[in-house]
Design a protein around this ligand. Sequence first.
Ligand SMILES: [Zn+2]
Length: 457
Amino acid sequence: MVRKRLVEITIGAGQRQCHLGSPGFGNLTIALPSVMHERQLMETAAALAWQKIGLSLCWDVVNQITNIPLSLYDRKDRLFWNLSKSGIYTVKTGYVIAKEEKEKTNQRLAPDPETSWEIRKHTVWKTLWSLNIKMKLKHFLWRCLQNGLATNEALYKRFGIGNKICHCCGEDMETIEHIFFNCPTAQVIWKIAPVRWEGLAKLQGNLWRWWEAVLQAAKETQGVGRIQLTANILWQIWKARNKFAFQQEIADAKIIVDKAQQEWIEYEAAKESDTGSNSEPGKATPIQQRWEPPKEGTIRINTDAAISAKMVRSGLGIIARNWRGELVRAKGITARRKGIAATEEALAIRGALEMAQLAGWTTIEVQSDCKHVVSLINTDNVQDCSLQTILEDIDVQKRNFESCTFTFVPRTVNQCSHELAQFAAKATRSFEWEGSFPIWLSSLVRKDMGVVTPFCN
Ligand SMILES: [Zn+2]
């Protein structure tokens, strides 16, 4: 397992140097010219800096560098300590890592399988209980991993009752692994499920080991979602197995997968609307379904990002409306890069603040449907080296307003900026409208308000 790099360089205004440690290129330190427009940077960098270090770099590397968002301010590039939330080195985190390293060395010298097994077990339980899934699923998985499910094999082994063969297929002993992986229905399920664990096939003989490996995905992009969906699939397989065992009802593999997916999506949506509202605990508030105008005197700015991986393009959509719901400014930023979702969403928010400052607004509310970035801004929690520069810019920008808030809204509330971002991703260059707007955008805004009488823009 490759450990996350301990120290990275956060690029501020990109004045000093850029450090690349991408696999395949080794570690490369390149002097970057001072703040530049992306295009300029690409050209100058390609022409000068690369020559200077005598390397002919492939475009992948150039892209990696030019895709690093630079600060709007004269911020210095600096080291980012990945083990603390702020990126600043603390003795405590340093001590923890030093201790870990020492333990590892000791283990290598005198391997103690008993200890490592204990640690692994502890990690699996800890991760299971911290998963963002329904409590019933956690209990279910806990029982599975403890070998506590009443499978035919378990009942036969423990109480000497029944037939240990799988009633569904009659082909093998009904162990927990047979139900989840080897029974023909299970095999079809994993073939059609939107989540794949093909690399873990060799671990399917032992559910515990398989699940432990599945949990490793938590560190990957979308990994947590894949684990959550997997938990739902296992649960639905077990439910279908029981339905067959007790009611002789055969469930179709596709229906099992659909149910798992549906339950997962519903749980995620319910959770999102929970955290999206500022309601007092215990007080049920209806889920906000559509855009609502802000308080009088406030400008509400909705932001969104769209990424077209196929076209290697990113689009940012920024829409400002007043308390009457009227469109006052709209901006689309287009970039030729394969953006990373969180970075692009943060850039859209930064773009919104730039627009607001330019327009001279004093009281603004910024809305985004990216919960992750909104919570990073509101909690002052960085934890992400690549986002740090943008988040710090936002922190500086927000002080220019009398009032500046950031809220998460579900996609349904953010439809206009979503459409505008999609439009920007396809556009050939960035654009900004003020006073008069394209008809399609005005009608989207009216639709957002659910108003029959059209506004005059
Ligand atoms: Zn079977």
